[in-house]
Design a protein around this ligand. Sequence first.
Ligand SMILES: *Cc1c(COP(=O)(O)O)cnc(C)c1O
Length: 228
Amino acid sequence: MNLLQQQRQHVLMQIEQACQHVQRDPKSVQLLAVSKTHPSQSLRELYLAGQRSFGENYLQEALGKIEELQDLEIEWHFIGHVQRNKTKHLAEKFDWVHGVDRLIIAERLSNQRLDGQQALNICLQVNIDGQDSKDGCEPNEVAELVEQISRLPNLRLRGLMVIPAPDNVAAFADAKTLFDQVKSLHAQQQDWDTLSMGMSADLDAAIAAGSTMVRVGTALFGKRDYSA
Ligand SMILES: *Cc1c(COP(=O)(O)O)cnc(C)c1O
């Protein structure tokens, strides 16, 4: 095993321990490898160790990697800010988009998904702790957006995504409450199964609060170098 593969084992073990700690099934938490700024070769190494889902933030960078790694069966997640004029590439090239926070974005993604492609998986991003500079809809907008987005034909609305301020672990519990409220309102909606929260520094707290998908970059790949 090379270093990256060892780091992945380490993160998987951390997830398992965090689950055991709160009596959750480790299989109920998915590891999304956040690979922004890292070269395709690193993704390939993690893929060979069994990693299938990767998260990218920057569209141009991601499109290059998707091209270079097209021989692999990667599940591509877009976790960056979604700009209205970039939805076409997201709709065509990705399997998941986590940062949907307005109806217009969801409508464009649904319209631009190609015929013959499976429905695009979506998470609704919520500004769970009222940060000024943050993307995401307000918690009180969630119910209506869920109604509206659920009706769009080429999307599967899977759940919520949050990025609380560092150390604000209480926000994870708020996100879980909101997630469960929507679930009980839409009991028939089987697709509502994803609570995307927790990163390298706070994945234990996120798992304790009910995260089903942790987005981990630094703990897998090491520090990011943005200079390139
Ligand atoms: C970069 C990023 C991550 C990964 O953060 P690390 O602290 O490196 O694990 C997770 N989620 C989002 C939305 C990100 O932009």
